[in-house]
Design a protein around this ligand. Structure first.
Ligand code: ADP
Ligand code: MG
Length: 586
C-alpha cells in the first residue's frame, strides 16, 4: 500500500536547505547578501575552522524589528518582493525568503539585531528549526548573526565538505568577490582570529582590486567604461602579464551580483584573441549594468547564473568593447604581430657548413684507438662496444649546426644525429635536478628584491599541498600579507628565467588531476614540470652552452627520451643515406 502524506515542516525545510546551503560558503553568501540588502556599509565576516564550526556576519544595516524576527526565519518570508511581477525589477540580492529558514534548519543560529528606531535590540536563537530564545538585549544598530556547528546533526551532509582549509578558501574567494562587487562597502574577513581581508569601502573599484589582489595586479590594469543604452560595462581588464592558466581571475557582476557565465567568459576571451597565448585566460573585474527587463536572475536558487534576454547582443557588446580597448593600448604585446626584432641569437649565427675536423681531436682519437689495440681485448670487439654514450669517445662527436632554429645536427661514428634542443635541454635539466635531489644537493639562488606574486585562493591551496616539493626544489616562498606571496629564492639552474611565469606555470600544472599522491612521485613530477617550464622560458642558448648540453646529454643513461617521453634525438645512419641516394642497393 502506498501512503501519501504531506511532509513535516522540518523535512521540507531541510530539503530546501539542501539547495541553498551546500557548504559554509553558501551560508556566508546568504548572510552577507542580506547585510548588503539591509543597506550596510560595513560588513564583518568571521569564521573558524573554515566556517564549519563558526560563522559570524555583523553589519550596520537596518536591523529587523523584534516583532518580525520570527517571520524572517519562516520559509518564503521576505521583505523584498510582494508578487511575481516584482521579480522583473528586483534590485535586492535576496528575494526568495529561503535563506534564514534554510540555515536555521541545518545549524544552531543566533541573531542579535536592532533597528535604529528601537531602543533595545533582540536576541533570537533557532536550533534545528526550533525557536529556543527570543529576548531583549542591549545591542548596537544593525545585525549580527552567528551560525554554530553547521550540519552538526547531518553527518551525511558533513561528509561532503572538503578540508577546513578548502572550505575557508571558498569563503575567502566569496568575500573577495563581494568586496569587488561593492567597493562602497567596507568588508572585513577574519579567519581563526586572523584578519584576512579588509577593504576600505572607499567606493573606488581600483582600491578594492588593490586591497583584494595586491599591487602586482592593480598595476597591470586597463580601465573600461562604456555603454550602448542597453548595457553598461565598467571595470578593469588585465594585461597579458597577469593572465592565468585558468579562468580563476575572470570576474563578472551583473547588476551588482556575482555571476558565473560561460557566455560572458567566451565573449571576453574572444575580445582578447591575439593578445594572449593559447590556454591563457585574462584577468578582469567587470560590472555589467542592465535595464531591468533585459536579464533574469531567478534561474538558480543560489542566483549565480543569469539569463540575458538578448544573449548575442551582450556577448557582442562585450567582445567589441574588449577588443577596442586592447587595440587602443600600445604596450600590450600582440602575439599575432611579428615578434620584435631580437638580437640575433648565437644559435642562428652558426653557419650550416661542415667544419674542418679538428686535428687535435682526431689525433686524440687515433691515440685512444691505438691504446685499445694494445690492450688485451681484440680491437674490433672494443670498437663494437663503444657506444654513443661512452664518455671516452665522446669528444669525437662533431657539431654540424642548427636547422629550423631547434634541431642540432651532430655527426658521430657513421651516423647523423638530429637532436631536439628543447627536449635535450629538458632531459639534461631533469637528470641534473633529480641527481641533485637524490644527493640532497639542490641549491637555491636568492633573488633580490623578492618577487611578489598574487595568488588566488585556489593557487594558495596548491602551494600549501605541494609546498614541500617546491621547497625541496629550491624555491623559497613566504606569505607577504593578503593574497601576496614573496618568492625569495628559486632553483639554481632556473635562475635568469622568467621567475614569475615559471612559478605560475608550475602551480597551474599542479592543479592538473594527474598529480600523483605519492610524495616522491610528486617530486619527480614537479621536477619534470619545472624543467619543462625552464626550457620553455629559455629559447636562447649560446653555442658554448649547446656544446656543453650535448656533451652532458650524451653521458646520460638514457639520452634518447625527455622526461615526458618525447624523443630527444633521432639517428640516420650513413647506410640509410647511401640507400636513399641509391649509392647502395639493399
Ligand atoms: P530574502 O533575503 O530572500 O528576503 P532571507 O531568508 O535571507 O530572505 O531573509 C528574510 C528576511 O529577513 C529578509 O527579507 C529581510 O527582511 C530580513 N533580514 C535578513 N537578514 C537581515 C539583515 N542582516 N538585516 C536586516 N534584515 C534582514
Ligand atoms: Mg536573503
Amino acid at each position: 500500500m502506498v501512503e501519501i502524506a504531506v511532509l513535516s515542516k522540518e523535512t521540507i525545510d531541510q530539503i530546501a536547505a539542501g539547495e541553498v546551503v551546500e557548504r559554509p560558503a553558501s551560508v556566508v553568501k546568504e548572510l552577507v547578501e542580506n547585510a548588503m540588502d539591509a543597506g550596510a556599509d560595513a560588513i564583518t565576516v568571521e569564521i573558524r575552522d573554515g566556517g564549519t564550526s563558526f560563522i559570524r556576519v555583523t553589519d550596520n544595516g537596518c536591523g529587523i524589528p523584534k516583532e518580525q524576527l520570527r517571520l524572517a526565519f519562516t520559509r518564503h518570508a521576505t521583505s523584498k518582493i510582494r508578487s511575481a511581477q516584482d521579480l522583473a525589477g528586483v534590485r535586492s540580492l535576496g528575494f526568495r525568503g529561503e535563506a534564514l529558514s534554510s540555515i536555521g534548519a541545518v545549524a544552531k543560529v543566533e541573531m542579535i539585531t536592532k533597528p535604529k528606531e528601537q531602543w533595545m535590540g533582540c536576541r533570537y536563537v533557532i536550533e534545528d528549526s526550533q525557536e529556543t530564545a527570543a529576548e531583549d538585549v542591549g545591542s548596537p544598530d544593525g545585525t549580527t548573526i552567528m551560525v554554530h556547528q553547521l550540519f552538526w546533526h547531518l553527518p551525511a551532509r558533513r561528509k561532503f565538505l572538503k578540508s577546513n582549509q578548502t572550505e575557508g578558501n571558498h569563503i575567502a574567494e566569496l568575500v573577495e568577490r563581494l568586496a569587488l562587487s561593492h567597493p562602497e562597502i567596507s568588508f572585513c574577513l577574519i579567519s581563526n582570529k586572523a584578519e584576512k581581508l579588509h577593504t576600505s569601502g572607499s567606493g573606488s573599484l581600483l582600491d578594492a582590486v588593490y586591497q583584494v589582489y595586491g599591487r602586482d595586479i592593480a598595476a597591470n590594469l586597463l580601465p573600461v567604461s562604456s555603454g550602448d543604452g542597453k548595457f553598461r560595462v565598467e571595470g578593469f581588464l588585465g594585461n597579458s602579464t597577469i593572465a592565468r592558466g585558468s579562468r580563476s581571475l575572470e570576474t563578472f557582476f551583473v547588476d551588482g551580483r556575482y555571476v558565473r557565465s560561460p557566455l560572458l567568459s567566451r565573449a571576453l576571451e574572444e575580445g582578447y584573441l591575439g593578445y594572449l597565448m593559447q590556454h591563457q585566460y585574462p584577468f578582469c573585474v567587470l560590472q555589467i549594468v542592465t535595464e531591468g527587463a533585459a536579464v533574469d536572475v531567478n534561474v538558480h536558487p543560489t542566483k549565480q547564473e543569469v539569463r540575458f534576454e538578448d544573449e548575442i547582443a551582450v556577448a557582442r557588446f562585450l567582445t567589441e568593447l574588449v577588443r577596442e580597448r586592447l587595440h587602443r593600448r600600445e604596450d600590450i604585446a600582440r602575439i599575432e604581430a611579428p615578434p620584435p626584432k631580437e638580437e640575433p641569437s648565437p644559435l642562428q649565427t652558426i653557419p650550416m657548413v661542415v667544419e674542418p675536423f679538428e686535428e687535435k681531436k682526431l689525433s686524440d682519437i687515433r691515440a685512444k684507438i691505438a691504446d685499445e689495440i694494445r690492450s688485451d681485448t681484440p680491437y674490433r670487439q672494443q670498437y663494437e662496444q663503444r657506444s654513443f654514450l661512452d664518455r671516452k669517445t665522446m669528444d669525437a662527436h662533431r657539431l654540424i649546426g642548427q636547422v629550423f632554429g631547434t634541431y642540432w645536427m651532430v655527426e658521430y661514428d657513421g651516423q647523423l644525429y638530429i637532436i631536439d634542443q628543447h627536449a635535450a635541454h629538458e632531459k639534461v635539466l631533469y637528470e641534473r635536478t633529480m641527481a641533485a635531489l637524490a644527493d640532497k644537493q639542490m641549491t637555491s639562488q636568492m633573488i633580490s628584491p623578492p618577487l611578489i606574486v598574487t595568488l588566488t585562493k585556489a593557487e594558495q591551496g596548491l602551494l600549501e599541498t605541494y609546498g614541500s616539493a617546491f621547497t625541496r626544489l629550491g624555491y623559497s616562498v613566504s606569505p607577504f600579507g593578503g593574497n601576496e606571496f614573496a618568492i625569495t629564492a628559486v632553483p639554481d639552474n632556473m635562475f635568469s628565467l622568467d621567475v614569475r611565469r615559471m612559478f605560475m606555470d608550475l602551480l597551474a600544472s599542479c592543479a592538473q588531476e594527474t598529480m600523483p599522491k605519492d610524495e616522491s612521485l610528486v617530486m619527480e613530477k614537479v621536477a619534470s614540470l619545472s624543467c619543462k617550464a625552464a626550457v620553455k622560458g629559455n629559447h636562447r642558448l649560446s653555442e658554448a652552452e649547446i656544446r656543453a648540453l650535448i656533451d652532458e646529454l650524451l653521458t646520460l643513461d638514457n639520452p634518447y627520451h625527455c622526461p615526458h617521453g618525447r624523443p630527444t634525438m633521432i639517428a640516420v645512419t650513413k647506410e640509410e643515406l647511401e640507400k636513399r641516394f641509391k649509392r647502395i642497393v639493399s
